[in-house]
Design a protein around this ligand. Structure first.
Ligand code: SF4
Length: 245
C-alpha cells in the first residue's frame, strides 16, 4: 500500500562518511531487499508497514525543500540513505527528479546509490552537473541469488547494462558490491573491471536477520568470514589496490 504523508523537514544531517546531508523522498522501499537495514533503522521502524510492500510518500517534500534549500550551507548530499531513490513509485511521483533539479540548480555535490535503471530517466539532469557521483549496487553475479535477496530489484544483467548505458552517456559510475552475496567473485570482478571506476565492497551486516534465508537455500557457508575475505581478494587481484575500497 502507498500512503501520502506531509513532512515538516526535507533535509537531514547524516553521519554516513560519504555525505553531510541526506534527503529521503520515501519512507520504505518497494525493492524490498531481505537484508536491508532500513526496515529496522530510521523512520520505517516507527510505522506499522510491511517492508517492501508499504511505502510512505512525502507528498509536500519539494515544497518544504524549496523553503530550506536557500538557507543550507554548501555541503554534499546523499539521495537517499533509507530507500532507493529510484524505487518503482518514483516513476509516478518524481520526487527524486525534483530533488535533483533543486540540488543541481544550487550546484551542490550529490551522491546517488541505486539498483534501479529508472535513473536513466534523469540522464538529462545528471549531465548538467559535474558534481554528481553515482554508484550502482551489484551484490552478486548470480540472478537466482538476486531473486532470493533482492526480489523487487532490477536483474543483474539489467544493472550491468545500466552501467554500460551511463558510460555511453559519459556519466562515470562506481560499483558498490554490498552486501557481498554468494557469487563467483572472479567472474563479477572481470565483468566490471572495464565498466566502472572503482569498486566498494561491504560485508553483510546484521547477518542474524537473514541467517534463516541462507539456511533455507543452503547458502550458510557464505556467511563465513573466509568467504568475504575471498571475495575481497578476488576483486583486489582484478582491480588493483587503488581501485578498491
Ligand atoms: S534498494 Fe536499498 S533501500 Fe531499498 S530495500 Fe534494497 S537495500 Fe534497502
Amino acid at each position: 500500500m502507498f500512503y501520502e504523508i506531509n513532512v515538516k523537514k526535507a533535509i537531514s544531517r547524516t553521519k554516513i562518511p560519504v555525505s553531510y546531508y541526506t534527503i529521503n523522498p520515501y519512507i520504505g522501499c518497494t525493492v524490498g531487499c531481505r537484508y536491508c537495514f532500513a526496515q529496522f533503522i530510521g523512520q520505517f521502524k516507527n510505522t506499522t508497514g510491511k517492508w517492501g510492500k508499504d511505502v510512505y510518500i512525502k507528498k509536500n517534500l519539494i515544497e518544504v525543500l524549496d523553503r530550506e534549500i536557500g538557507k543550507t550551507p554548501y555541503r554534499n548530499f546523499f539521495i537517499s540513505t533509507n530507500c532507493d531513490a529510484y524505487q518503482h513509485i518514483e516513476k509516478k511521483y518524481e520526487l527524486t527528479r525534483n530533488i535533483l533539479k533543486r540540488l543541481i540548480s544550487y550546484d551542490f555535490p550529490i551522491f546517488i546509490m541505486t539498483k534501479s535503471n529508472l535513473i536513466l530517466r534523469d540522464i538529462d539532469l545528471l549531465k548538467l552537473s559535474k558534481k554528481v557521483y553515482i554508484m550502482i549496487t551489484v551484490t552478486t553475479d548470480n540472478d537466482d541469488v538476486r531473486k532470493i535477496f533482492e526480489p523487487g530489484a532490477n536483474s543483474i544483467p539489467e544493472r550491468i547494462e545500466l552501467i554500460e548505458k551511463l558510460n555511453g552517456q559519459n556519466i562515470p559510475t562506481d560499483a558498490f558490491i554490498g552486501p557481498a552475496l554468494p557469487m563467483n567473485s572472479k567472474r563479477l570482478a572481470n565483468r566490471l573491471v572495464n565498466l566502472v571506476g572503482k569498486v566498494h565492497i561491504d560485508d553483510l551486516n546484521y547477518k542474524y536477520r537473514v541467517r534463516d534465508l541462507y539456511k533455507k537455500y543452503k547458502l550458510e557457508k557464505w556467511l563465513n568470514e573466509e568467504s568475504f575475505t575471498r571475495i575481497k581478494n578476488d576483486f583486489s587481484e582484478v582491480f588493483g589496490k587503488d581501485r578498491i575500497s
